[in-house]
Design a protein around this ligand. Structure first.
Ligand code: FA5
Length: 356
């Protein structure tokens, strides 16, 4: 083409004629219309090059040539866009007439959003409550030595107390229980690890998975506990009651809390803590077996033998510990009747418990 010379009125008129001819020939052919667009307005299009050539004109000719070229460009572009828009509208109309678009169909659902598992939700809530009371978070391994899981916690070898927690052995005892490895049966061994590492004073909670050979609607072979431990000078049963009552009220609102004497080898005295039934508010129902109370955790004053196992002066320091079943608390919170629901990964169940 010769337009590279200069955008004179004659050249622009010739371009306009050519454009109109091509546009008329293209009709509603979208590919052809796009080709015209790039041939006239693309980076190497005829009008683009003409506009560029304005800069090479003598200064006195530039203004008029620039204005005229821009006017032509705008008008031709407008004409092309009109045809493109009309073509798109016709295509849409045609599609609608074909009846393939059913406006009565329900909309597509957004990708379902996941949420934290109920046990994780409750666990985070509990850790937050204890963190507000000044407890740090500690952890330990799920495969434990017999010594951390039992021995250091004042379970004598061959003592029947070991039968309270049906144990999965990773390396079974041969002649000495001390040589065995177990899946930890509770989070209490974290007390031992934390006291050995940090000494006293210490104030920690330790959430985690634990394992027992146990299975029914309220017992699962793998479940979650959260352990608490506070050792310092002058810590007493009153502190234990205060902390646990504060915790329970924060989690379940104001309701009755009751301590009952109980036995765990690693505490003395030991207690089990009951909560006024969340289903009947203490009146008595099937869930609480008509007692009005539900057991949620074990606790007590750390046995001096346990402090001694960890090298802590039992004359100077006292402390309390507690261990609570996280899954049980989740059952109470959402009135879940079978613990197994927690571990079936059934999205229909999980989607009903979307808290956090
Ligand atoms: C213990 O495990 C003690 N280590 C708790 C403790 C810690 C006492 C510190 C004193 C001082 P127990 O076996 O009772 O105690 O279990 C504690 C809680 O775990 C129970 O109250 C219950 O909520 C939960 N739990 C026990 N067994 C199961 C199971 N198989 N499935 C689900 N939850 C369970």
């Amino acid at each position: 083409m010769t337009e590279a010379t200069a955008p004179t009125p004659e050249v622009l008129e010739a371009v306009q004629r050519d454009f109109s001819g091509q546009l008329a020939d293209a009709g509603r052919d979208v590919d052809e219309l796009q080709r015209i667009r790039s041939a006239f307005f693309g980076p190497k299009g005829r009008l683009t090059l003409l506009l560029k050539s304005v800069g090479q004109l003598p200064p006195e000719a530039r203004r008029d040539a620039g204005r005229l070229t821009n006017e032509v460009k705008r008008s031709l572009e407008g004409a092309l866009m009109e045809v493109l828009d009309a073509t798109a509208a016709e295509a849409r109309e045609k599609e609608l007439r074909k009846g393939r678009l059913d406006l009565s169909l329900p909309g597509r659902r957004a990708i379902p959003k996941g949420s934290l598992h109920p046990v994780t939700q409750i666990n985070n809530e509990m850790v937050d409550i204890f963190a507000r009371m000044g407890f740090d978070v500690a952890g330990g391994p799920e495969v434990e030595t017999d010594w951390h899981n039992f021995g250091a916690l004042n379970f004598p070898d061959d003592h029947p107390a070991r039968d309270m927690q049906d144990t999965f052995f990773v390396r079974p005892p041969d002649d000495r229980p001390a040589g065995s490895l177990v899946l930890r049966t509770h989070t209490s061994p974290v007390q031992i690890r934390a006291m050995l590492a940090q000494g006293a004073p210490i104030r920690i909670v330790a959430p985690g998975r634990v394992y027992r050979c146990d299975s029914d609607p309220t017992h699962s072979p793998m479940f979650h506990q959260i352990e608490g431990l506070w050792v310092d000078e002058g810590v007493s049963m009153a502190h234990l009651r205060g902390v646990l009552t504060g915790f329970i009220n924060a989690l379940f609102g104001e309701r009755g809390v009751r301590l009952r004497p109980s036995f765990f080898p690693f505490v003395e005295p030991g207690v089990e803590v009951d909560l006024e039934c969340v289903f009947c508010d203490g009146a008595g129902c099937n869930v609480c077996k008509q007692t009005g109370w539900m057991e949620i955790l074990g606790a007590g004053m750390v046995h001096p033998n346990v402090l001694k196992s960890c090298g802590i002066d039992a004359e100077k320091y006292t402390g309390f510990a507690f261990g609570l079943g996280i899954d049980r608390v989740a059952m109470l919170r959402w009135a879940i009747d079978d613990l197994a629901h927690m571990f079936r990964s059934d999205a229909r169940f999980l989607s009903q418990i979307r808290g956090i």
